[in-house]
Write a protein that binds this ligand. Structure first.
Ligand SMILES: Nc1ncnc2c1ncn2[C@@H]1O[C@H](COP(=O)(O)OP(=O)(O)OP(=O)(O)O)[C@@H](O)[C@H]1O
Length: 331
């Protein structure tokens, strides 16, 4: 989505600041040695890195499911290590891999969990549940009375997101939220989630193993290595285009050129002038669309150029070589 973070933060979204946080588990494991990171209000930041590098530990320190050994965590200007953890968790939505819905409660009751704890009036809760189910694409009349086992994996995941958003939290933490569903459903949920985020503009920290998911969802991506070491913190295109270390280069992999195309828009700068004569036989792509889609259009034709249109009118052509140049890394 890559919108300017902060500028359009949703109502009540708060920045998150991690200052030199450390976690040493009682058995001596140094899960996070020293990490500082700032997430702007309304920004979606993805934490990614190899298994065991400390991603979940970092996430759970933000809502104090795990207490940091050292360092400070601020939500806006509030130091979360100084507030009551239960009150804190009501201000922070939390979505986990298998959602953790209460099996013996209906969908509506699940979504109403935090409003119930906050003792909202019944009608306000009912209205909010209705609004949220619609927001996540579930018809409240059809799904509100079902139980979790009567839903598909993707539907359960949506209920999990609706529940996390119910009391309008200032921050949303998501630990592998889409990994339990199959790849096709996952892609659809990711797209819907981006639409939802464009509407609510929460500050979100999302943990994933999946680089494609990170690139698709993140305004910025934090790549961590063992011990919660921050290897690079950048927008997806910058991360893929200029990996900051051999670790990151290896982590983002050899196919990062292709991934980079997915986050690079076709702009006026890369166009050549329209050739004389007819361009109707050339594949057409829209200005502002992704270079990856343009590559797809070129690969399914034998043409050397795609014609680029703006508001339906041709404004130039994009050559194969220019297109492939867009995927080449800057290093
Ligand atoms: N309760 C605990 N006691 C001791 N060590 C722990 C505990 N929980 C996690 N660890 C260790 O801390 C390190 C970081 O774990 P964490 O779950 O944060 O990593 P992760 O990056 O989220 O991993 P994954 O991607 O596999 O979920 C690992 O070495 C793990 O074994």
């Amino acid at each position: 989505m890559n919108v300017t973070p902060g500028a359009t933060a949703g109502h009540g979204a708060a920045s998150i600041t991690l200052e030199g946080i450390r976690k040493r588990y009682p058995d001596g494991t140094e899960a996070v040695r020293e990490l500082s990171l700032e997430v702007k209000a309304g920004e979606l930041v993805v934490l990614i890195g190899p298994s065991g590098c400390g991603k979940s530990t970092v996430l759970r320190m933000i809502n104090r499911l795990i207490e940091p050994t050292d360092g400070r965590i601020l939500l806006g200007d509030d130091d979360v290590t100084r507030v009551d953890p239960v009150a804190l968790r009501r201000r922070i939505g939390y979505v986990i891999q298998n959602v953790g819905l209460f099996p013996h409660q209906t969908v509506a009751a699940n979504v109403a969990t935090v409003p119930g704890l906050l003792r909202w009036p019944r009608q306000r809760t009912r209205d909010r549940v209705h609004e949220l189910l619609e927001l996540v694409g579930l018809d409240p009349g059809q799904f509100g009375h079902r139980y979790p086992h009567e839903l598909s994996g993707g539907q359960r995941q949506r209920v999990g997101v609706a529940r996390a958003l119910a009391a309008d939290p200032v921050v949303l933490l998501m630990d592998e939220p889409f990994s339990a569903v199959d790849p096709i459903v996952r892609t659809r949920l990711q797209e819907e989630f981006l639409r939802l985020q464009a509407e609510v503009r929460k500050t979100i920290v999302l943990v994933t193993h999946d680089l494609d998911e990170a690139v698709r969802l993140g305004d910025r991506i934090a790549v961590l290595s063992e011990g919660g070491r921050l290897e690079q913190y950048d927008a997806p295109a910058a991360l893929l285009g200029s990996p900051a270390s051999p670790f990151v280069r290896e982590f983002v992999g050899a196919d990062r050129g292709i991934r980079r195309l997915a986050v690079t828009p076709v702009t006026h700068e890369v166009l050549d002038p329209l050739p004389a004569g007819d361009t109707v036989d050339l594949p057409a792509v829209a200005l502002g669309g992704s270079a990856y889609d343009a590559l797809g259009a070129l690969l399914t034709s034998s043409a050397e150029h795609a014609v680029v249109t703006e508001d339906g009118r041709p404004v130039g052509v994009l050559s194969r070589s220019r297109l492939l140049g867009l995927g080449a890394s800057a290093d």
